[in-house]
Design a protein around this ligand. Sequence first.
Ligand code: RB5
Length: 143
Amino acid sequence: MKIGICSDHAGFEYKCGLIGYLEGKGYEMSDYGTDSPESMDYPDVAHPLAEAVEKGTVDLGIALCGTGNGMAMTLNKHQGIRAGLAWNKEIGELVKKHNNANVLVMPARFIEFEDAKEIVDTWLDTPFEGGRHQKRIDKIPVK
Ligand code: RB5
């Protein structure tokens, strides 16, 4: 499984930590930036990650910024993206089970790194439930 990941400066440290953590678990990681803790604009990395997920260059994506909202807003402009914000493992589970999020977004300034690992693990390990939830996500894209 190939996972794309991006962050702005606020999520940079967690992004670096998650790359090592997930590579250690056997995932192939593709880093879409940012490449330093210098202040930057989250859309500059969110759009390339969204395009990679839409094209199938990566199977899933992970994005981090301070609150998660800038990343989620930008990613969800792409029709093929369902970016879901999760700040605990229960939401990490539901965002896959019910929403089949193909990008997981986390608020780096409001969670501990241990929480981030737990949320990612839960999201990756949880299957999409389908059924009534498939019908609902089919109605999300703007025609
Ligand atoms: C950066 O200061 C902060 O605005 C950004 O990380 C994010 O929270 C935006 O939604």
